[in-house]
Design a protein around this ligand. Structure first.
Ligand SMILES: [Zn+2]
Length: 170
């Protein structure tokens, strides 16, 4: 997708329903890393293409790199996030800054694999089944506006779950 944050919606839902398994921060970080590919190619060639990282092997490589290298920066970001709040605000908005290995690995893999699935629906040059299939049979499977709506709806559902969990915790 041209706008990476749309991917964050499904990530919020994954993290809300399986917080012990998926770190949203790692999920988001993996999505940003994989989209460095079209961003870099846009600046280098003028074409925001998806030739390598937006394939299953590429997505796995980004997920492994994210899980191995992204944990500490994401934990540092979460500690910074927590410092922004007063004690009263922190009751609602502070998060556990520790990311377990399970949360890192699952968050990274769910992040990059869901990314190429969603991008595969949107972009003709994404190859979500390569090397089994060079073509992209998923492109246009659903309308682009519907795809955005699904991502936003997933994010809203995840936010509702998180609010409910926060209310029960307080
Ligand atoms: Zn992408």
């Amino acid at each position: 997708m041209p706008i990476t944050p749309f991917h964050f919606g499904p990530g919020l839902l994954f993290a809300a329903v399986a917080p012990g398994y998926v770190s949203w921060t790692i999920f988001a970080f993996a999505n940003v890393l994989i989209d460095l590919e079209p961003i870099a190619l846009y600046f280098l060639t003028g074409d925001p293409a998806h030739p390598w990282l937006h394939t299953p092997p590429g997505a796995v490589a980004v997920a492994v790199a994210t899980a191995l290298l992204g944990r500490r920066p994401c934990e540092a970001f979460l500690r910074w996030w927590n410092r922004q709040f007063s004690p009263a605000q922190a009751r609602w908005l502070a998060v556990d800054p520790a990311i377990t290995a399970t949360q890192a690995w699952c968050g990274a893999f769910v992040g990059t694999l869901s990314h190429i699935l969603l991008d595969g629906i949107m972009h003709v040059d994404v190859r979500p089944l390569w090397p089994l299939l060079a073509a992209n049979p998923m492109q246009g499977a659903i309308d682009i506006d519907a795809l955005y709506l699904v991502c936003v709806a997933a994010g809203c559902a995840g936010a509702v779950v998180l609010v409910v969990l926060a209310v029960r915790r307080i």
